[in-house]
Design a protein around this ligand. Structure first.
Ligand code: 13P
Ligand code: SF4
Length: 329
């Protein structure tokens, strides 16, 4: 156990060899039943990790699933802030994450101490934070939102209530444009959604005039201006199923293409091009730290486990439950 703790600190996961005869999917199914565990996967993880999940969804859907589960263990196949959110919602349950190093550039862009100093400059403002932030940042927040419910959350405040939006400036800018607000924005961004090339997307649209260009609101404004549809991962997935188009250029993390292809096998999906065409930047390197083997080992040992100070849980749960309540109206 001591060794495991040290190994997790160093590597992020328990690096234990698995015999080639072990059937990972079968073993995961056996363990989840035996331990009454639920597997929640985000749309950005590898296809096989989406297929094995009890629930696969976007950040809002996953936090709603975490709020309604009666499992004893939640295995979060996603990134750290998502597993933390599940723990805050369910402090008495065990929440485990296959790789503790599955972080998020957006969450990292807003350290709580710096944000606290920033917030102090705007004493009359309420704070809305995108769920992609640390538990500590959530303690400094009035209401959490996701890309799926951001407009609803912003509009739950009176028009004359000044607001701060953190940490994603691109989503904040987009929500300002939709709601006519002038929220003060924290200067943070997601490394995956900031790397698209507007010039290459425009050229690809010329090459495929029958394709619809769709984008996630974490993308930069020039990319969003080109987009024919903008939405959270779930909204994008619903849109491709309803749209008359048979071809789509998709500006968001490539994991969602798995669900799009499953839902519409006859349609064509083209990942939007990056500035650097050699980097594989449409993959979130944090989400892709999850693997079937790490999921199996994590479920077997019930580690790495998310733990948070009670005081952080008490404070951070307030804006999360506020979001869940507003979303359910
Ligand atoms: P949604 O799940 O809200 O679409 O957000 C995407 C994302 O960046 C998650 O890390
Ligand atoms: Fe964070 Fe971006 Fe990865 Fe989502 S895609 S986890 S926002 S770095």
């Amino acid at each position: 156990m001591e060794n495991f703790v040290e190994m997790i600190r160093e590597k992020g996961f328990i690096d234990e060899p698995v015999h080639p005869d072990v059937r990972l999917v079968e073993e995961i199914n056996r363990l989840r039943k035996e331990k009454n565990a639920v597997i929640l996967s985000h749309y950005y993880v590898e296809g096989i990790l989406q297929d094995i999940a009890d629930y696969v969804g976007d950040s809002l859907g996953l936090s709603q699933a975490a709020a309604s589960t009666d499992a004893d263990i939640i295995v979060f196949v996603g990134v750290h802030f998502m597993a933390e959110t599940a723990k805050i919602i369910n402090p008495s349950k065990k929440v485990i994450l296959p790789d503790m190093k599955a972080g998020c550039s957006l969450a990292d862009s807003a350290p709580a101490e710096k944000f606290e100093a920033f917030k102090a400059q705007y004493p009359d403002h309420k704070v809305i934070s995108y769920i992609n932030c640390t538990a500590e940042l959530k303690t400094l927040t009035d209401v959490i939102c996701t890309s799926a419910n951001a407009v609803k959350i912003v509009e739950s405040f009176p028009k004359d209530q000044p607001l701060i939006f953190a940490p994603d400036k691109n989503l904040g800018n987009y929500i300002n444009s939709l709601t006519g607000r002038d929220m003060v924005l924290w200067d943070g961004a997601c490394m995956v959604h900031e790397q698209y090339s507007v010039e290459k997307i425009a050229a690809l649209m010329d090459q495929h005039p029958d394709a619809e260009f769709i984008a996630h609101p974490e993308c930069e404004k020039p990319v969003l201006i080109l987009a024919e549809f903008i939405g959270s991962t779930t909204a994008l997935l619903n849109h491709v199923q309803k749209s008359q188009a048979n071809k789509f250029i998709v500006a968001t993390e490539s994991g969602i293409l798995h669900q799009m292809m499953k839902a519409c096998p006859e349609k064509i999906f083209i990942p939007a091009p990056s500035v650097d065409s050699t980097c594989g930047c449409n993959d979130c390197s944090y989400m892709k730290l999850n693997s079937l083997q790490k999921l199996y080992i994590c479920l077997k040992h019930e580690m790495p486990e998310i733990t948070l100070p009670q005081e952080v849980i008490e404070k951070a749960k307030v804006p999360i439950f506020r979001m869940l309540e507003i979303s359910s109206r």
